[in-house]
Each structure stands twice: as C-alpha cells, then as structure tokens.
Design a protein around this ligand. Structure first.
Ligand code: NAP
Ligand code: GCO
Length: 265
C-alpha cells in the first residue's frame, strides 16, 4: 500500500510554492520522494521559498517565472527538463485574488486575476504535457476553490477564474486521459494563509472578524483549514493511488459544500 503513494524518482513542479498552500503541498510531495521545483513572480519570494525548503531539509530548485508569461514558462520547463528531468507532476497552485465589488472593479484588475488564476494554469499545463506524453504518464493538479462552485460578494474575477479552472481540469482529463495523464483539481475550503489574512483580522475590540465567525459557522469542522490539510490530498492525486481518478475536483473544505450552516446564536 505504501508504494502506491510513493513519488520516488518523480519531478514535481509546484507553481507559486514559496509559502502557504503551495509550500505545504510541495513539502508533502518531497516527503513522498519527489524532487521539488517551484516558481514565483518576485525574486524576494523565490528567495523566501528557497530558505523555507532549506530549513525543511528539502533540496528544491526555484525559478523566477510569472505563470502568465508563456515564453518564460516554456524556458523554465525546458531548463527543468534539461537539468532535473521530465516533469511528472504539475501542481498549478500560483494564484491571486482581488476583493472588489464588481461594479467598482476595473477591467484590468479582472483581467489580471483571470490571467494568473486561469490562463497561467493553461500555459503551464500546455508546457508540460508534451514531456508527459513522451514519458507515457503525468499528473496535473489544478488548485481550484470553493469559488469553483459558489459565488460571493467582491470576488467576481476570482470565481470566474476558479470556475473556469474546474472546467479546464475536466477538459485536460478528456483530451489527455488516453496518454495516461490524469488531471484533477483540489478545491481547498477557507485556509489560513496570507491570502485570507484580511478575512481573519481581529477587530479593534479584539473580537473575531465577522467573516471569520461566518466561516466558522458555515464549516461543519467549525475551523479554518490549515495548509497542512492539503498535504495528503496532494500526495494522493500525485501518486499511483489515483491513476484511475481523472477530471475530479477533490474538495478539502471541512464540509462547507455539504452544509447549510449553523443558525447564528
Ligand atoms: P498565497 O499565500 O497568496 O501565495 C500565492 C503564491 O503564488 C505566492 O508564492 C506568490 O508568489 C505566487 N504567485 C502569485 N502570482 C504569481 C504569478 N503570476 N506567477 C507565479 N507565482 C505567482 O496563496 P495561498 O492562500 O497559499 O493559495 C494558493 C492557491 O490556493 C491559490 O491558487 C489560491 O487561489 C488557492 N486557494 C486558496 C485558498 C485559501 O483559503 N487560502 C482556498 C482555496 C484556494 P509571488 O507573489 O512572488 O509571485
Ligand atoms: C474569499 C476567500 C476565498 C478563498 C478560497 C475559498 O475572499 O472568499 O479568499 O476565495 O481564497 O478560494 O475556497
């Protein structure tokens, strides 16, 4: 059974994996035996990630590469294939959110979120698929969201991107399943990272942020997720254990999607 989850000899590219959910998943993939490569769009974040992996005893390779820059992504993948090996596992984790009421949101802001959260995963998947076809196997894991299923105020661009990412996941499954490439999604619930920090900020009187209380009431687990909650799902979808799982989005949300929510006291 253990071998089923082994990633020994595999090369995993985890985009945006300098901290947060990406770092946690990369750490787990490394623990299962994978060689980790990651990229960020800012040098200081690449450096932050390299220091974090060193601290964890993981010999990761970092690239300065914006996932929306197709030429840069192609060059990064070519360099990885030359210096590390064919990419066996791609985790499309890099992503941003802009919380702006739609009627106030500029089209450039909307476009930037779509570029990073949807077109970036397309660009990265397109770059690694030829190598996976040549190798006769591959795993692509797209990091979706609750917003792949649900909307809420101020996140129109993000929800549109993550909804699209769910369908891109299903389409890669449909188009490349015959090459033994499995493409699945992970849909994290509300996870305590820098991206959601504004939603958890303590109020001036020390009380919980209203959104924090809202999420606690909407989650059967009655807690925010931690990046570590994504470790097992990532190893499962990256390993032989999921070779017949394709086009699926695995929600790791503490049960939010199944629950109407607790009646406020
Ligand atoms: P985070 O803490 O904001 O980290 C995002 C990472 O992506 C950073 O390393 C960032 O580094 C990188 N990144 C951003 N834009 C990039 C670009 N254009 N090219 C390359 N790298 C880029 O985010 P997180 O909370 O860990 O979330 C990670 C993923 O999970 C995202 O796709 C997010 O949408 C998704 N997600 C998060 C939650 C949650 O509750 N936190 C829930 C569901 C889904 P640079 O800025 O230096 O590029
Ligand atoms: C928000 C949050 C969410 C989370 C995540 C939920 O503002 O609603 O940032 O979008 O990031 O995507 O799954």
């Amino acid at each position: 059974m253990e071998n089923m989850f082994s990633l020994e000899g595999k090369v995993a590219l985890v985009t945006g994996a300098a901290y947060g959910i990406g770092l946690a998943m990369a750490k787990a993939l490394a623990k299962a035996g994978a060689k980790i490569v990651f990229n960020c769009s800012r040098q200081e974040t690449v450096d932050r990630g390299l220091a974090a992996y060193k601290e964890l005893g993981i010999d990761a390779k970092g690239y300065l590469c914006d996932v929306t820059d197709e030429a840069a992504v192609k060059a990064m993948v070519a360099d990885i294939e030359q210096t590390v090996g064919t990419i066996d596992i791609l985790v499309n984790n890099a992503g941003i959110i802009k919380r702006i009421p739609m009627e106030e949101m500029g089209v450039e802001d909307f476009r930037r979120v779509i570029d990073i959260d949807l077109i970036g995963p397309f660009i990265c998947a397109k770059a690694v698929i030829p190598g996976m076809i040549k190798k006769g196997a591959g795993k692509i894991i797209n990091i979706c969201s609750m917003m792949s299923e649900l909307g809420r105020e101020t996140v129109s661009a993000y929800a549109a991107a993550k909804g699209g990412l769910k369908m891109l996941t299903r389409n890669i499954c449909s188009e490349y399943g015959e090459y033994n490439i499995q493409c699945n999604g992970i849909g994290p619930g509300y996870i305590a990272t820098e991206q959601t920090a504004p939603l958890r900020e303590r109020q001036a009187d020390g009380s919980r942020h209203p959104f924090d209380s809202f999420i606690i009431a909407k989650t059967p687990a009655a807690r925010w997720g931690n990046p570590e909650d994504l470790e097992g799902p990532a190893v499962f979808l990256a390993s032989k254990a999921s070779d017949f799982v394709n086009g699926h989005v695995l929600y790791v949300d503490g049960g939010i999607l199944a629950y109407i929510g607790k009646q406020p006291k």
